[in-house]
Each structure stands twice: as structure tokens, then as C-alpha cells.
Design a protein around this ligand. Structure first.
Ligand SMILES: Nc1nc2c(c(=O)[nH]1)N[C@H]1C(S)=C(S)[C@@H](COP(=O)(O)O)O[C@H]1N2
Ligand SMILES: [Mo]
Length: 262
């Protein structure tokens, strides 16, 4: 009689399960409070989903990549374009709001607002380059939302700017395209899915706490998405393009999960 192989048999007992799970969690970039993570983040469950045999370092890494891809798809499906992220009161603002980038605070790029240009390319009708006064003249709104960084901190901040969906409409973007890619003054790059780009809380922001966005928080412009993890929110944006070709992102290309939902 043949018996069904148990999931646990796929895993080499010499590998430290706790460590692999910790890695998987890092790879997934999901705060553990997430329902999906709570339900699915067991090693047996994950290896069953990916069909990977965890016998050495290489297979563990293949496994983690597969989990991340799977997770992108699931997050994309779970993403509800109408569900709003929580908003908070002014009294709940985190002061001081943390700075974070792939460099120290003394290396923050110095963008000169006078000759700043936002370049637009790809699947859009109006490819004219925007200067700051044109951007500041767009209809403005604001939000107090929580920014969640995968490094393990979160903070409530107050951003002001224009709805990204309105901006996309204004430039005649093809909103049936899959992605929007961003390039930044510090060479950071990111890309997001169209559903998130059109989400009502996705803002192209120019202010922080009622003041012009300071250099450390992304002067002159940061894309703010409370439905995404911190690293998906590009600061110092200098160019954007609408595309159907997957553009990747700074952290994603180093193994972080692309969807990056919060
Ligand atoms: N251009 C650029 N954007 C970026 C980053 C960066 O290094 N460069 N870091 C990301 C990460 S990981 C985080 S947590 C937030 C930090 O934003 P803050 O400095 O306003 O807190 O910016 C994101 N956007
Ligand atoms: Mo982050």
C-alpha cells in the first residue's frame, strides 16, 4: 500500500524551520497582522503551495522566490480598489515623522525646485514635461494615514497633494495599462499596479504637515499610497511612465515582494 507523502517530508529536518519561516516572512514583506499571513504562513502550508523541496540553501531561495510571486498574485486578487486605508486625526500624528532611504540623512538629494522637471512617457496622450508651479496649481487634497516600513516601524503622517487618478486622467494615461513606473532624483526606482494608481487615496504629494515637502521626505514630490508598504512610495520623483512591460523596482529587484500591500 502506498501512502500519500506528508508535506513535512518535503523539508529536510536539518534545515532550521524557524529561520526559513523568518526568511519567508521577510520575503513576503507582510506584517504578521495580515489575515493572509496568519492563515498561510506555516512552512508546511507554504511548501505545499509552491511544491518546493527544501533540501539546501538554493532550494530555500527558489522556494522563497516562488512564495513571493505567488504572493504578488494573491495580493493583486485580494486588493479591493474601493477599500480605504484608515485615516487618523491630527492629534495622532507621529512626531517627529521618521526619515528613511537607502542612504543616511546627510545624503538626501538636493533638488532645485526652479529647474525641477517631471517627465512623462509611455502610454499617455499628453507627454509634456511638468514644472513645479504647474503641479502646485492642480486641485489639492490631503490625508493623515499610516506609513508602514518593512524594517519594522510604522508612523502616522500628514501629506497634501493631488489625486493621482485625476492626474492620470489629465495626462490622458491609458488606464487599461498594467503598470506605472517611477524614476527618482536619487536613482531610486519603483513601479505600481494600475488598480493602486487609481485608488482614491493614492496622492501625488507636495506637502508634509502643511509645509512644502522637506528634502528628507521627498522634495519636491512623493507618491503617497496608504495601501502600500513604505518602499513602494517613491520620493523625489523626476519621471513616470505608463507601460505594460513589468518595470520592477529598487527593492523588488533585490528580492522584495512587488505588490507590497500594507
Ligand atoms: N526616492 C526614494 N524613495 C523612497 C526611498 C528611497 O530610498 N528613495 N525609500 C523608501 C522607503 S523604504 C521608505 S520607508 C520611505 C520613507 O519615507 P520617509 O523618509 O518619508 O519616512 O520612502 C520610500 N521611498
Ligand atoms: Mo521602508
Amino acid at each position: 500500500m502506498t501512502t500519500r507523502k506528508k508535506t513535512s517530508l518535503l523539508i529536510d529536518p536539518s534545515l532550521d524551520r524557524k529561520l526559513i519561516l523568518k526568511d519567508a516572512e521577510k520575503e513576503l514583506k507582510l506584517p504578521t497582522r495580515r489575515l493572509f499571513a496568519k492563515r498561510a504562513l506555516t512552512l508546511g502550508g507554504l511548501s505545499m503551495l509552491t511544491g518546493c523541496h527544501l533540501t539546501d540553501e538554493k532550494s530555500v531561495s527558489t522556494f522563497l522566490t516562488a512564495v513571493s510571486r505567488f504572493n504578488d498574485q494573491v495580493q493583486g486578487l485580494l486588493f479591493d480598489p474601493h477599500k480605504l486605508a484608515p485615516e487618523y486625526s491630527e492629534a495622532m500624528l507621529t512626531r517627529p515623522f521618521p526619515f528613511n532611504a537607502f542612504y543616511d540623512i546627510d545624503s538626501v538629494p538636493e533638488v532645485n525646485g526652479n529647474d525641477y522637471k517631471l517627465e512623462i512617457s509611455g502610454l499617455v496622450q499628453d507627454k509634456h514635461t511638468w514644472n513645479l508651479s504647474e503641479l502646485y496649481a492642480l486641485p489639492q487634497t490631503s490625508q493623515i494615514t499610516r506609513h508602514i516600513c518593512v524594517e519594522g516601524w510604522s508612523a502616522i503622517g500628514h501629506w497634501g497633494g493631488t489625486r493621482f487618478s485625476d492626474f492620470l486622467q489629465r495626462i490622458g494615461a491609458d488606464t487599461t495599462a498594467k503598470y506605472i513606473g517611477f524614476k527618482c532624483a536619487d536613482d531610486y526606482y519603483e513601479s505600481i499596479d494600475m488598480a493602486t494608481a487609481l485608488h482614491p487615496q493614492t496622492l501625488l504629494t507636495f506637502t508634509y504637515d502643511g509645509q512644502t515637502l522637506p528634502p528628507k521626505y521627498g522634495y519636491p514630490m512623493k507618491l503617497r499610497m496608504p495601501t502600500k508598504l513604505g518602499y513602494k512610495n517613491p520620493k523625489h520623483i523626476t519621471a513616470m511612465f505608463v507601460t505594460n512591460t513589468y518595470p520592477g523596482g529598487d527593492w523588488v529587484d533585490q528580492g522584495y515582494n512587488w505588490f507590497g500591500g500594507s
